[in-house]
Write a protein that binds this ligand. Structure first.
Ligand SMILES: [Zn+2]
Length: 62
């Protein structure tokens, strides 16, 4: 069975239209950046809290 019709889909992160092909090695994401954003969404959020905490402590210290 030959299927030369490219499958079209949208990047889950930025909704950019891409095709399921070698042109997009990070599919279903359009790019590595979008893949990292999707995977890191919760991690970034978790990262922000200790970061703010450290800064607040630093402020008190001065
Ligand atoms: Zn994208």
């Amino acid at each position: 069975m030959t299927d030369d019709k490219p499958i079209k889909l949208n990047c889950p992160t930025c909704q950019k239209a891409i095709t399921w092909s070698e042109a997009y090695p990070f599919r279903p994401f359009c790019s590595e950046r979008c893949k990292m954003i999707d995977l890191g969404e919760w991690a970034t959020e978790g990262h922000r809290i200790p970061g703010e905490d450290a800064q607040a402590q630093n402020d008190e210290f001065e």
